[in-house]
Design a protein around this ligand. Structure first.
Ligand SMILES: [Mg+2]
Length: 312
């Protein structure tokens, strides 16, 4: 585990993530960490990309970053730490928390502190989309349009309900682009549809679009849905819910290291839950680039023993 003694641990709080109660919990986490003897410095982000700048400036004087925010905030911190040995502990306090859930990070405050003190580090791959880092999942076409609509009307904290109108309007109004997709130099798709790229298996609301993706295998998973209208989209959603979509004839599921995606007109993308660049897209796997702190070991009763030894 990382030595937390020489340099402070930095708690990066995104005040836009999580509902009101979660904000109070951030204060409780700070108190718990300090009472456990952690040398803690807290920073509250003020604007998008603020976390990246703060982490760039402070990484040399930090033993670990605890991220109190959603997947977007984790992306911002990880972007600044690509290639560094300073680890991140993501707290599941956003709307989806895809990375925290994929890595089975605890939700309880005392277990978050125990993970920081006694957890282990895993190496997580990072990808690059048009020169920008990503950690989790990219959606191209339909998904990008939903997030673009959501962001245009977002004022603060978002919940699952916030997605209803953007999804509803995109469902009825989306004009599916013609996409040409080349993976590792070979054209695999040239038709109408939408595509997803995953470094992890989880997607919003429990869906597993890139269902076989692993964060540490040095490859990205691509799922391409051939689609041009609402009825086909509903069928794709049904098969995806059943996790049977990779076997369908009009779905392509491939692993790759480098993808080029071109469309008949610029269409938006979604990157780690935020608005990404419009097409054309150049997507690359960079390999293991960031260290994440995860709970000690998956054996039963370990939490209880550690709790006992901490208390006693
Ligand atoms: Mg992978």
């Amino acid at each position: 585990m990382t030595d937390l003694k020489d340099k402070p641990v930095r708690l990066v709080v995104n005040p836009r993530s999580g509902a009101g109660g979660k904000k109070l919990l951030a204060a409780d986490l700070r108190a718990l960490m300090r009472s456990a003897g952690v040398n803690l410095v807290e920073y509250t982000t003020r604007a998008p990309q603020d976390a990246t700048e703060y982490v760039r400036k402070t990484a040399g004087q930090t033993s670990a970053y605890v991220v109190w925010g959603g997947d977007g905030t984790v992306n911002e911190v990880a972007s600044a730490l690509a290639g560094s040995q300073v680890p991140i502990l993501p707290c599941p306090v956003g709307t989806e928390n895809l990375l925290a859930n994929e890595l089975k990070e605890p939700h309880e405050l005392d277990k978050i502190v125990q993970t920081l003190l006694h957890g282990r580090c895993v190496n997580c791959d990072i990808g690059l989309i048009n020169g920008r880092h990503f950690l989790l999942i990219i959606g191209i076409g339909f998904d990008g349009e939903v997030v673009r609509r959501l962001t245009a009307c977002r004022t603060g904290h978002i919940s699952h309900l916030s997605y209803f109108w953007p999804i509803w309007r995109t469902f009825w109004e989306h004009n599916y682009p013609r996409m040409r997709i080349a993976l590792d130099g070979q054209t695999v798709f040239d038709d109408y549809g939408m595509a997803f790229v995953g470094n992890i298996s989880r997607y919003a609301s429990g869906l597993r679009i890139c269902c076989d993706a692993r964060y540490d295998d040095g490859l990205l998973d691509m799922v391409i849905y051939n689609c041009h209208e609402q009825r086909r989209l509903l069928m794709h959603i049904g098969f995806t819910l059943l996790r049977m979509h990779p076997q369908k004839g009009n779905v392509i599921y491939r692993r790759f290291k480098h993808a080029i995606i071109e469309t008949d007109r610029p269409v938006p993308s979604q990157v780690d839950g935020d608005v990404g660049p419009d097409t054309p897209l150049d997507i690359k796997m960079l390999g293991a680039q960031v260290r994440i702190i995860v709970p000690p070991a998956p054996q039963k009763g370990l939490w209880a023993r550690q709790k006992g030894s901490t208390n006693g």
